[in-house]
Design a protein around this ligand. Structure first.
Ligand SMILES: O=C(O)CCC(=O)C(=O)O
Ligand SMILES: [Fe+2]
Length: 349
């Protein structure tokens, strides 16, 4: 068996075996895939078309909506530096992004200035965010079940969901990313060679709890540092299974566990380091890469207290338990996030 293969979790399977499977994938590789997410290929193609058209606008137009300290808006080329081991290198990743943030998660409406371009497309943004949230909640229920989180009378499957409030402010961000090709079509092998090891998204872990990502079939490039093989590995494109093909669903979503869920579970669930590099096929074609990502976060005021699960509380000296032992109090999700944003962007709170 290939132990580094990413597990595909069916979000519509509520069995305890499936709950154990998601916990196993999340506590080993930290990267997995979801099917049963309910997105059609048509819906995903529409989002990628919007993304391409948006990033084709002039820099001046995009800069009118430059990113603000609440993490909403446009980040231009080189603005964000994800390279965790080199945070003061003085230049950022060669990519641009647009963040929808400050959501009312009951409606999927982001509170921020909306660029002209997006105004007549906001119903699609809203419905996509709500659908991704539904997938998130299904996964959080499976995780709580698999971790056997203790409630008053038995397992509390809603424990994480209740802490990812729909009606509280959170760091939840829906993000469009564009990585322009570093070479033109027909570039020489020598030119391409220079860029094949370039991190267009620096090696990093994500800040929230769970990250859900759409990647295009012919635009791979995401790589994870496998905690199993101790090597960088490509996140493959896996086509839709027969079961979900017949339901008209698109390929599985790519998923990774992020820092807050790792911290919250005392390191049991793994926030795995990942990066993006241009694959050879894209460099050969001189083609840009796009991805679309939901970074899920708990409500800002959610206290990241040690999770009431025997599996987690037996781990001492790490994450939320360690913080509690040291400070006598737990930090909130908002406090945890601000520390991360401060180091990525040099922001001070
Ligand atoms: O573009 C991708 O595939 C991954 C992006 C990513 O890891 C991030 O923005 O956190
Ligand atoms: Fe990431």
């Amino acid at each position: 068996m290939d132990t580094t293969k990413l597990e595909i979790i069916d979000l519509l399977d509520n069995s305890s075996e499936n709950a154990k499977k998601i916990v196993h994938a999340s506590s080993t590789q930290g990267f997995l895939m979801f099917e049963g997410h309910g997105f059609t290929q048509n819906e995903i193609d529409t989002l990628f078309k919007f993304s391409q058209d948006f990033f084709n606008l002039s820099v001046d137009e995009k800069n009118k909506y430059s990113i603000t300290h609440d993490n909403a808006g446009y980040t231009g080329m080189g603005v964000e530096n994800l390279e965790e081991d080199d945070l003061d290198r003085g230049y950022g990743d060669p990519k641009e992004g647009f963040n929808f943030a400050n959501f009312d998660l009951r409606t999927g409406i982001p509170k921020q200035p909306i660029p002209e371009f997006w105004k007549d497309k906001m119903d699609i943004i809203q419905s996509t965010v709500l659908k991704l949230r539904e997938a998130l909640k299904r996964s959080l229920r499976l995780l709580a079940t698999g971790l056997e989180i203790e409630g008053i009378d038995g397992i509390d499957a809603e424990w994480f969901v209740e802490r990812h409030h729909d009606d509280h402010f959170s760091g939840t961000t829906f993000r469009f990313l564009h990585y322009p090709s570093p070479v033109n079509e027909g570039a020489t092998e020598e030119e391409k060679e220079k860029f094949k090891d370039l991190n267009v998204a620096g090696a990093h872990t994500d800040y929230g709890t769970v990250t859900l990502l759409f990647q295009k079939e012919e635009e791979s490039g995401l790589q994870l540092y496998s905690q199993i093989s101790k090597k960088w590995e490509n996140v493959p494109y896996v086509p839709v299974s027969n079961k979900y093909k017949s339901k008209g669903e698109a390929a599985p979503l790519i998923v990774n566990i992020a820092d807050q869920l790792c911290y919250w579970t005392n390191g049991h669930l793994k926030s795995t380091i990942h990066r993006v590099r241009f694959p050879k096929e894209l460099l050969d074609k001189g083609r840009d890469r796009y991805s679309i990502v939901l970074f899920a976060h708990p409500g800002d005021k959610t206290v990241l207290e040690p999770v009431p699960s025997k599996h987690i509380q037996s781990i001492k000296g790490r994450g939320a338990s360690h913080y509690m032992e040291k400070h006598g109090i737990s930090q909130t999700a908002g406090e945890h996030l601000n520390k991360r944003l401060e180091s990525t962007y040099g922001w001070k709170y």
